[in-house]
Design a protein around this ligand. Structure first.
Ligand code: ZN
Length: 286
């Protein structure tokens, strides 16, 4: 099942993407007298019960919305976690050895943005870069989970773009936070594919800038797999339902290009991140 968040009267609403359009879950649920989750985080927190009722709505639905403005695919989570240097060929293009353990960092919720949002680039910096990433959404509280059991804790998957300011990333004593969490720097979408509908282990992942292919890889190039990431993170703190993990980016980011060929993102540019089985997440810049 593909779930979306969209804006209705400026409020976040939950939808189900189908061949006939997006089902407005609240309106369709009310028509049938069913209690349905109103947002993605509610759907995640109610787990299988929520998924069962949403699945029911797909049969014989009459309340569709056409092309509503999108909201970020998940909102209201406690954590936006990211993993640095997690694709073999990306580590090579950066001239770095493969890490022995996952390299986590984080963003704040101000960084969330939606499919087709326009994100502002602060003119105080120059080296703006894209990073296509498969994003995992946690479905159940996870503490000290083994890699063998980790997939039982996943709610679903979406596309992310881990936007970065390279001239800030490496100039403040090694922390990456400031460079990664400008307003809008964590686009998420266009939909959440539930865990039962997608095997994330070998998906095509790509990005384009103004239609020109920049990244083109597969999630099988990940150094640390999704189960390994969940096991490692949950050994150090509790992952909560709705927490998202940006799992790292493949080769082809501008940071890895030779100095004379670099073309940093600039106002007017458009980046599309596409992952097989999920869809395409579009961000433009001003
Ligand atoms: Zn990243």
């Amino acid at each position: 099942m593909k779930l979306v968040q969209f804006l209705k009267n400026s409020k976040v609403a939950l939808g189900i993407e189908t061949e006939n359009g997006i089902i407005d879950a609240a309106v369709e649920g009310a028509r049938r007298g069913l209690r349905v989750p109103q947002t993605m985080i509610q759907a995640i927190r109610h787990g299988n019960m929520a998924l069962e009722v949403l699945e029911k709505l797909t049969d014989g639905a009459v309340n569709f919305v056409q092309n509503p403005p999108a909201a970020p695919a998940v909102t209201g989570m406690e954590r936006i976690l990211c993993i640095g240097l997690n694709y073999r060929q990306h580590a090579m293009e950066c001239g770095l050895e493969l890490p022995e353990r996952p390299v986590p960092f984080c963003k704040f919720s101000n960084a969330l943005s939606a499919h087709r949002d326009t994100v502002r680039l602060d003119p105080a910096y120059r080296e703006y870069d894209y990073e296509a990433e498969l994003v995992v959404i946690i479905g159940r509280p996870a503490r000290n989970v083994s890699a063998e059991d980790a997939m039982d804790y996943v709610f679903g998957y979406t596309c992310g773009n881990d936007l970065s300011t390279r001239d800030l990333q490496f100039s403040r004593g090694g922390q990456w936070l400031l460079s990664k969490t400008f307003d809008g720097f964590a686009p998420l979408g266009p939909c959440v594919v539930t865990a039962d509908s997608l095997d994330p282990s070998d998906l095509a992942i790509s990005s384009t800038v103004n239609g020109q292919l920049r990244q083109n890889s597969r999630t099988s190039d990940l150094i640390f797999s999704i189960p390994e990431l969940i096991a490692d993170l949950s050994r150090h703190f509790t992952l909560e339902p709705g927490d998202v993990i940006f799992t790292g980016t493949p080769q082809g980011v501008m940071h890895g290009w030779s100095a004379d060929k670099k073309q940093w993102l600039k106002p007017g540019d458009r980046v599309d991140v596409t992952i097989e089985g999920i869809g395409t997440l579009t961000t433009t810049f001003c």
